[in-house]
Structures are given as structure tokens and as C-alpha cells.
Design a protein around this ligand. Sequence first.
Ligand SMILES: [Mn+2]
Length: 391
Amino acid sequence: MGFNHQHDDQHEHVEQTETEPTLHDRYGPEAAYAVAAEAKLPTTKWQEEIDRGLEYGLQGADSIKDRTIPTFSRGELPHFAGINTFLKAPYVEDVRRCGEYDVAVLGAPFDGGTTYRSGTRFGPQGIRKISALYGPYSFELGVDLRESITIADLGDIFTIPANIEKTFDQISKAVGHVYESGAFPVVLGGDHSIGYPTVRGVAQHLQGNLGIIHFDRHVDTQETDLDERMHTTPWFHATDIPNVPPKNLVQIGIGGWQAPRPGVKVGRERGTTIMTVTDCVEMGIEQAAERALEVAWDGAEAVWLSFDVDCLDAAFVPGTGWPEPGGFLPREVLKFIQIIADARPLAGIEVVECAPAYDTAEITALLATRVICDTLGCLVRSGHLPQRTNR
Ligand SMILES: [Mn+2]
């Protein structure tokens, strides 16, 4: 441990044991948890990565003093090197083997559903690229994903750029395959039209109902837009699926000048639950998250998390199709996500509407990456991942 309590004896209250490191009481509760948690994390998989790197990537040149450094970069380091899979997870070409991993990342590169700025077909690439910035360890969460779970990057779904409906079928088949395998699906969008086929892909493997926790500035509940099932329509069609009832759809962060009236009407008639940014902030993120969980899980067998990056204020997400001022701050939405992922296991997550061509310094893709990592981290620390039961 880097800190030392011996200069601060008058503040020492915690009894030191072999397993519980002692912290002086100038720590706040979160930092105290984080610093103590790190001491309990193993380094087994990190050592395996070093050994594998030295074997496959050759021992480093004679002048390299750190003998854990190989000649060819073969793992996390350096962060600017390597092939951009998500978090540098192994690329698994044979998707029939995805069930051998705890988590499977798959891209849905499709922007045929966009009604303003296109470009989310490059979302999976953008997210993978900046994900190289992250290691697998989160300080506040007290989690090291490398030590806890295995992640596969399956690459991308073969979408059909000129045909929304064929693309939907491809996405449902792909997500259904991953979900049925037992791996936790992480879908990199893609515009939000993919929300319908992803949910359809999971729901077809459930006996009971699927709830949806939906972060967005937009309701996305109208039947058609520009005469097709566009990215403004996924939840109309998803909640037409018999085991995806609208009463289990909770929509968080809705507001502004881009929520179409036909969608609002559908939500009112079907009984979805809408929570505005002000609602959430004024009741407090903790209480808002509890309410969202109650709605989504009410009689449901499983819950899907659909995260549109535009639920954040436009300042934080320039790289998106329909930026809207007045959205969440990153720390608000991350806290929200953490509570949701700590509370119950999730069926999977999609992060949509990341359009790298409009992004500035990759900050939108960075937030998309962060939402996924925080979700995985909380699922791990709360014992929901790895999943130990067969479906
Ligand atoms: Mn949106």
C-alpha cells in the first residue's frame, strides 16, 4: 500500500488485521473503500498477461531494465499501442465460442435509422479505439476486470446499410446468439434503431418479461418516422413484443426540444414511465435509480440497459446524432448506472448514438466506454458477473 498511517496515530481507529488494511480517518467513505479494496484484488491474471507477452512477444531488448516488458506489445501496455478491440480483449473470430467468455462485446455498425446526423456506423470503431486508454481497474469501484471476468470481442454484426429490416434481423440473431450462449452481451451501436432488434433478440430466449432501462433525451416511442422504423421508434416496436410490456419501460433523462409529440402520445397511452433530468436531480440520483429499478423489474424476469449517449448534456457528447442541451452531467449518469448495475443482474447493455466524425477529442466515445466499464465493474463487485447459472 502506498499510504502510511504511522504519522497519524491519533486518528487511528481501525484495528489492523491480516486481511483488513488500516486507514486513517481523514479518508472519506468512498476513498476508504477504494483504497482498502485494492489491497484485496489479486494480480494473478496480470502476471499471466506478462508471461504470455514475454512468450509471444519475445523478451525485451537487453537495454530494457524492466524485464516484464516484451519486444512486441502484447497486452494492456503501452495504452497507445496494439490492436483496438474493446479494452484490448481477445478478438474471438469463431462466434460459436462466445459462451466460453463471461462477457461478449459486439458492434452493431448501423446508421440507417438516423434522422439528422449520420455516422454511428463508425461508433463501434470509435468506442474500441478510445477504450485502449482504460486499464481494467477502477479505483472507486474497487474492481479489476482482468482478475474477475473474461471478455471476448466478437467484432461486428454484418449489417445491411441500405436495408433497416434486414439489419434488424441480423442484430436480433446476433444478440440472441450471444445471450443464449450465457455470455453477457455488450452491444456497441449504432444508432438507436438497434434498440428494437437487440431487445427482440433477448426476449425470444425468455419465458417471462423483459424490462428496459432507457437513458435518453428522446422518447423514441413513435411508430414510424420518415415512413420507416428509424432511431426514433425502437420502443414502440419493442413494447409490441408480447413479453416486453410498456409498463416495464422506464425512460430516463427525457426532455428538450427534440421529443416528438407522436412518441409522447404513445408513451402516455401505453403507460411507459418517463423521468426528466430535473425529476432525477431534484429527487436525488439514488431515489431516481430506485424508482427506475422498481419500474423495470416489476414482474420482469430480466432487464436490458439501453444507453443513448445523448442523455448527457450536449457539451459532453458532441459526437452524436441529435445533441440536446440540458442533459445529465457525467457524474450524475455514472452514479445512476452504478446503482442500477449494483442492484440486480442485467440481461445486457447497449450504448448507442456515438458518431465519431462529430466527436471532439474522442470525449463522446470515452463516455460511452466509461458507461460500459462502470456497468461491468458494478456487476462484478456485486456478484452478478461472472454469471454462474445456466439459462
Ligand atoms: Mn436520443
